[in-house]
Design a protein. Sequence first.
Length: 326
Amino acid sequence: MSTTPLTTLNAMPPVTRRVRAYFAPVDRVNRIPSVFDPSLNGQFSLDSPPAPWIDLGWIEDFVRKSQSKVTPLATGSPGMTQFQVKDAVDASVSFRFKTWNKLSMALSAGSQHMNLLAPASGATPNGSGAQAASAVSLAATGSTATLLAMSGTAGFFAGCLVAVDADYAGQTGFVGSGVSAGYVQSAASVNSDPDYVRRVTFNVARVSAVTSTGLQLAQSLIAGAPSSSMKVQEIVGFVDREGGNFFQEWSALFVMPGEQGERILFYYPRLQAMVGAAEAATMLDKPVIERIALCATFRALPVTDANDGQQVVCFRSFLPSAMTLV
């Protein structure tokens, strides 16, 4: 039996079909991003990203741009370049989300994103949603990330959407469980509305079943098991607005899986949207069927690399195939 020496292998050009996007929350108060370590998790299953990363599926028209500037320093007469310095570090990334959900809408909107709370009877109409029907309390014990323990479930049904969070109680600053979903400057600015946190929270899910003990959820809540002080409200959808001064900020990971087993990863610790909401239509069948994608463009913000103290905005990793030289 003969074997092929590894020295006869050649380095191969990476070949990939598409790009997959994952996002994770940033601690806005302390400006601490979610960390992705390619040495630990670089070969994760694309369908099961490590916590706290959220899979947003395959994206299209992925474009990265480095806008960093390098300036030469000249000395002598005649002047000759002796050194180079980084004059500015900047980077952007753009792409299109192929699917619509709360997170993809929020990321692409460039501003605050809100839940359309089910309205109260006779409420005055409003562009971002009317006054909401009363929230329902959770039971003192028994709730998990996928089960809302409640003594009464009237008005809820399998297939409905719910927001789960605490009452607004006059606090200022970032609000929202699990994710900083909004920034409150004063209680008066949000009308001291007890439902305001649930109006903006990312702690939402679809109900898969209504039981005698509460609501079974089809997906885990982003903030994990809710506390007994939280309440539940039905939502009918989502809304974002052109305008406002709140910037979404998330950590992002983009993965290009290679056809020969290699993998290219782009980790952006801090991304903020740099344009307003936009959509793009792709014709599927003339003359009337179009697929609508969410356009997103982000600016990368800096973090400090603990290994050497350098300020960086993106980490690019390459994991070679097992059958190629490096």
